[in-house]
Design a protein around this ligand. Structure first.
Ligand SMILES: *Cc1c(COP(=O)(O)O)cnc(C)c1O
Length: 388
């Protein structure tokens, strides 16, 4: 697991042990109110003039949401955090707080498909330039970020799970005055802490591992105070994609068990990587392990496997009992997403088509079932679906 948090404890301990700001309540109450009133004219005026930080209105500030934000800031080694209604609200609100027409964004290839659509369908028409680059280009071209306002990164990236040396890219970005953003949903702060590697902003789809229970759609952004203040004042307040108190309660509940869950996801993923790599019908296993790049300390349960031409993919998917077919990932349940379904997704701007993903790839989200049961299920489906 990643390095220690202040106080000498591990992040896992911090998340399990941190007290709430609600007296002796171990779980935060859900403060289900839209507005907060003031005891006096003076207190109200102080708040509006910025002389006090008392909660005012839940679009901007809520104590249940603040409890989750505080935990995430500590876990990700940031000064502050801000919650959002979804991962996409976190991504769009972060990017829009820092770019304006005429600016350029450099984005990693194989980025999350809806982030790609945000750039192509919404930002480009507003006159914001976006270019896409391989990990090699980010790591080796010292001039790639010249004149670039914001570098939008994932490590590992989506579907193919390629990793980059974030500290090297962060150092290069600093020379060019480029703001760096990393989507850390795959690794969680337990396996990678981008801010401690010199990255400016890290964000999550909290719908995945942070929640862990497939019952919440949410997002969160962590950075130094000055950047979070800008996001809060501009895009949280004005676009309004706020995190709801009930979702924040569920997320804090999820964070309490993040360490135990990630340990189990890693154990199952290690077993799958070993057995898949030795399987005669498997042509590639895409699953970065600890230390393939500096700062990555674990293997999460989201990985891809490429199978050879003898495997009938629809038949394999239908032969599975424990793996269910569906989008998303990071919950207790195991899921399979064949890329040929992603490639067939209707609509404009399909990033899988653009960046060229093999239709022999299956993305697996390994859940919390017994690893041996999961492997037996997958192995049996592989043999059932092999054309002879
Ligand atoms: C799911 C996902 C998102 C989007 O998050 P939502 O909560 O679904 O809006 C962003 N990035 C990655 C890597 C994801 O997997």
């Amino acid at each position: 697991m990643a390095d220690a948090v202040p106080g000498g404890y591990s992040i896992e301990t911090l998340l399990a042990a941190a007290a709430t700001d609600f007296g002796g309540a171990v779980a935060p109450p859900i403060v289900q109110t839209s507005l907060f009133t003031f005891d006096s004219y003076q207190a109200f005026e102080d708040r509006m003039a910025g002389r006090s930080g008392d909660p005012l209105y839940t679009r901007v500030q809520n104590p249940t949401v603040a409890a989750f934000e505080k935990l995430m800031a500590q876990a990700e080694d940031g000064e502050a955090a801000v919650g959002f209604a979804s991962g996409m609200a976190a991504i769009s609100s972060t990017v829009l707080a820092f770019v304006k027409p005429g600016d350029r964004i450099a984005c990693i290839e194989h980025v999350y498909p809806d982030a790609y659509r945000l750039f192509e369908r919404l930002l480009k028409p507003f006159g914001i330039g976006v270019s896409y680059h391989s990990i090699e280009e980010f790591q080796t071209d010292p001039d790639l970020l010249k004149g670039v306002k914001l570098a939008y990164l994932e490590s590992p990236n989506s579907v193919v799970f390629q990793t980059m040396d974030l500290s090297a890219v962060a150092a290069n970005a600093k020379r060019h005055g480029t703001l760096t953003v990393v989507d850390n949903s795959w690794a969680t702060p337990l396996f990678q802490r981008p801010l401690s590697l010199g990255i400016d902003i890290t964000l999550h789809s909290a719908s995945k591992y942070l929640s862990g229970h497939s019952d919440t759609v949410a997002g969160v952004v962590i950075a130094r105070q000055e950047l979070i203040t800008r996001i809060r004042d501009l895009t949280l307040t004005l676009l309004g994609g706020k995190l709801a108190p009930f979702e924040a309660f569920l997320l804090t509940r999820g964070l309490r068990t993040l360490g135990a869950r990630m340990r189990q996801h890693q154990e199952t993923a290690n077993l799958f990587v070993d057995r898949l790599s030795a399987h005669p019908n498997v042509t590639a296993v895409l699953s970065p392990g600890p230390n393939v790049v500096p700062g990555l300390t674990g293997r999460s349960g989201l990985l891809s496997v490429e199978v050879d031409e003898t495997i009938d993919i629809p038949r394999l998917a239908d032969a599975l009992n424990l793996f269910r077919l569906g989008v998303s990932w990071g919950g207790f349940e195991s899921l399979i997403l064949p890329t040929r379904i992603g490639l067939a997704q209707a609509g404009e701007q399909n990033s899988m088509q653009r960046f060229g993903v093999s239709d022999r790839i299956l993305r697996l989200s390994l859940g919390l079932e017994d690893p041996n049961d999961l492997w037996a299920d997958f192995e049996a489906a592989l043999s059932t679906s092999a054309r002879t």
